[in-house]
Design a protein around this ligand. Structure first.
Ligand SMILES: [Zn+2]
Length: 294
């Protein structure tokens, strides 16, 4: 059960968005800036995303007549213009995902503001409009970024984890819809292995890894909730993994009672529910009454 249940349009039982973050080779370039050009293995692994996996994913979406959401760093958009074009041609949404996947905690907010604006300019130049949604690199969102999103009229963020369902984040500057991810539906833990980023994990088998996402779906379906895997083309877009997830998406489509749509539509719907939406006030709620100083 949910403390603040949501109902979905047209009597659908549950809602879902399959989201992909196309980080490509920005990860190793930011993680190993001194010699990334020499590291062809992680660079090629990242490049596999936009060049091989995204066309495969788009083909599935075309076949099933789905419109979904991709998040892209501005630098990746500039490096892979054909990918941007293919995604837009099929009517999908592209959200803001930083300039080049720099962790906002690793530099000042002045630098972050500049990188944020640079990516925003790329979105406007390549898509013709401002993005409506944002997801922070490694979910590393700060209070300053939340206020920046509000100032730029973003509809939603998808980086914070305070609920199962979309909620409203409020600050003294205004508010935005939060569509919460969580690590149980992120494909880094089961599928990523990147020594260059000190991320060394046992890679799970395709059905084993995807099964965990499906269990998350089953619980959301039963409770009338919202399921949102956070995937990366270079990980889940690999042949066998995508085949597993594709079968699950086919089942959902066939079932007919799941609203499988873009994040923008989910956020618009959440916003339209107005006062019934749960609110989380960052300005009053994030500061403990007793500071946690040693
Ligand atoms: Zn990312």
């Amino acid at each position: 059960m949910f403390l603040h249940p949501m109902s979905w349009p047209n009597g659908k039982k549950c809602a879902a968005s399959v989201t992909f973050d196309i980080d490509a080779d920005s990860l190793v370039r930011v993680g190993r800036p001194k010699d990334a050009d020499l590291r062809l293995q992680p660079i090629s692994m990242g490049r596999y995303g936009p060049t091989v996996a995204v066309p495969r994913i788009l083909e599935t979406y075309r076949r099933l007549e789905l419109t979904q959401t991709f998040f892209m760093p501005g630098w990746v958009m500039e490096e892979y213009p054909d990918t941007v074009e293919a995604i837009l041609k099929d009517g999908h949404e592209i959200g803001h995902h930083s300039w080049a996947h720099e962790d906002p905690m690793e530099h000042s907010d002045e630098v972050e503001a500049e990188l944020f604006e640079r990516a925003l300019d790329t979105h406007i130049k390549m898509t013709g409009h401002k993005p409506r949604g944002y997801r922070a690199p490694v979910y590393s969102i700060t209070p300053a970024i939340v206020n920046r999103l509000i100032e730029h009229d973003f509809l939603y963020d998808s980086s914070m984890m305070a609920d199962d369902l979309p909620y409203e984040v409020v600050t003294n500057s205004g508010s935005l819809i939060e569509i919460p991810p969580h690590w149980g539906t992120d494909d880094w833990p089961p599928f990523a292995h990147m020594g260059e980023l000190d991320y060394i994990m046992p890679v799970r088998g395709p059905s084993d890894g995807i099964k965990a996402f499906i269990e998350e779906f089953d619980a959301m379906y039963e409770a009338g909730g919202f399921w949102m895997p956070v995937l990366h083309p270079f990980l889940t877009g690999r042949l066998a993994r995508w085949r597993e997830l594709e079968r699950h998406i086919e089942r959902i489509v066939e079932q007919g009672d799941v609203w499988l749509t873009s994040m923008e539509n989910i956020a618009e719907h959440a916003k339209s529910t107005g006062s019934r939406l749960r609110q989380e006030n960052l300005d009053t709620g994030s500061t403990p009454a007793t500071p946690l100083t040693p």
